[in-house]
Design a protein. Sequence first.
Length: 88
Amino acid sequence: MAGGWSRDGAEHEQMDATVNDALDRVRQALPKGESAQYCDECGEPIPEARRVAVPGVQHCIGCQNELEQDAKASELFNRRGSKDSQLR
């Protein structure tokens, strides 16, 4: 049941759009191409098993974790949030 100016079912469309946007961002961020033998950040060798498991990998596990933490910290808020949630 939608309230205010929205039609019935609008909440589900909004949630689906948010999930689809997140999936698109993740898919675009996946590495592609040939894997690097050495990490682009620290220069340490990337293990063969990681290069095979993640095609196109450019960072060692430690640096990849740091990059993901930095990216997570920069996510501010759900830009499609309801008016009520934006007022809080």
